[in-house]
Design a protein. Structure first.
Length: 89
């Protein structure tokens, strides 16, 4: 009976450690996702400004602004995908 108790306690000790490690990893993942979200929000604001400027007709060519917006949109979409995947984990 003592061996069973010891092995059970060892198993739960190991599970407790795994649980603590996972809790920390989840916390860090959330912090990383939040940081990435904030970075993308700044980029989103920049994209909104560029889009508005494009509509007003700026000194920059529409092609240049359009290309920059395309790259920015792709970067934001990829970041949103990473954030969504981190939130699921």
């Amino acid at each position: 009976m003592s061996d069973l108790r010891t092995s059970t306690q060892d198993a739960f000790r190991s599970l407790r450690q795994q649980r603590d490690e996972l809790r920390l990893q989840i916390h860090l993942a959330r912090a990383e996702a939040r940081d990435e979200w904030e970075q993308m929000e700044r980029k989103w604001q920049d994209a909104e400004l560029k889009l508005a400027a494009m509509g007003r007709g700026t000194r920059e060519s529409a092609a240049d602004v359009g290309a920059a917006l395309g790259l920015l949109a792709g970067e934001i979409a990829n970041a949103y995908r990473r954030i969504r995947d981190a939130a699921r984990d």
